[in-house]
Design a protein around this ligand. Structure first.
Ligand SMILES: NC(=O)c1ccc[n+]([C@@H]2O[C@H](COP(=O)([O-])OP(=O)(O)OC[C@H]3O[C@@H](n4cnc5c(N)ncnc54)[C@H](O)[C@@H]3O)[C@@H](O)[C@H]2O)c1
Length: 260
């Protein structure tokens, strides 16, 4: 492990060169983010802001992190899922000067230690995928909320939980529900999660999907995307649903609907 207090804790800084190559590849596939980077490199609208983030540490996130910094922000980062953290990307970010605490396979204690370290800088903004950072502020470091202007939360589940907190009057600062953006729920959830879920299953199991019975629990945005891809690969897709109209949609789109 490579650790420098107040700077980074990552698996191995020697992985940085490989990670940097992959970040550059992601940059070449993210023209909108790169156009924003170019635009805000001049005006630096985030100058003076401190941003703590807890998102998947992947090459795409790295492009976001470095764009925030080019726009003037001071950033500290951790991974929102220890199994999605890519050690070469974490190393490249650390080497490039990003404050980051993330390594693949962290245990629960290490996961929350990393979040705690990102909060040491007393952020003004929090970026979340799963709401762990927001919950840590609310449950452990309430005073930090006085200094936080707002946050973002990416996932469907996180947004549900934060809405419940807001309804109880317990949410200490405003949070933008990224999941409510049409470009998230109608594109990322359907097509992104649809593709990446199938990709994960195939990498983990190497099964031939054609001819398999493939059960999808819930025919919402993600479920619809996964079902569409599995059917395209020849699987016999069975959908379970609790909402009649969603079940009807699944039926009309060619899937079998059953109770779990
Ligand atoms: N890993 C990712 O990339 C990713 C991305 C987006 C969302 N998610 C997660 O995927 C999940 C689904 O998100 P979504 O955006 O598709 O939500 P959604 O609200 O669009 O769909 C959920 C569906 O599940 C159905 N449902 C609820 N309870 C059920 C039950 N007991 N049995 C069967 N069906 C049930 C609902 O009726 C609804 O149609 C959430 O947990 C979300 O956080 C993951």
């Amino acid at each position: 492990m490579d650790y420098k207090q107040g700077k980074y804790k990552v698996r191995d800084l020697k992985l940085a060169a490989e990670g940097r190559k992959r970040i550059e590849w992601a940059e070449s596939r993210m023209p909108v983010m790169m156009a924003l980077r170019e635009k805000y490199s001049k005006t630096k609208p985030l100058k003076g802001y401190k941003i703590a983030g807890c998102l998947h540490v992947t090459k795409e996130t790295a492009v976001l992190v470095e764009t925030l910094q080019v726009a003037g922000a001071k950033v500290s980062w951790s991974g929102c899922n220890p199994l999605s953290t890519q050690d070469d990307i974490a190393a490249a970010l650390a080497k490039g000067g990003t404050e980051i605490y993330a390594w693949h396979g962290q245990n629960v204690k290490e996961f929350y230690w990393s979040i705690d370290r990102t909060l040491d800088m007393k952020p003004n903004l929090t970026l979340d995928d799963g709401a762990d950072l927001i919950f840590t502020v609310h449950n452990k470091y309430k005073k930090l909320a006085d200094n936080i202007i707002g946050g973002t939360e990416e996932t469907t589940t996180g947004v549900h939980r934060l809405r419940a907190m807001a309804a109880d009057g317990k949410l200490l600062y405003p949070v933008i529900a990224v999941n409510d953006a049409e470009t998230k729920w109608d594109f990322d959830n359907v097509y992104g999660t649809g593709q990446s879920s199938i990709d994960g299953i195939l990498r983990a199991t190497s099964v031939l999907l054609a001819g398999k019975n493939f059960v999808v629990a819930g025919y919402g945005h993600c479920g619809r995307g996964v079902a569409m891809r599995a059917a395209g690969m020849g699987a016999n897709v069975i959908v379970t649903e609790v909402k009649p109209t969603a079940a009807l949609k699944a039926t009309l789109e060619g899937h079998t609907v059953m109770t779990m």
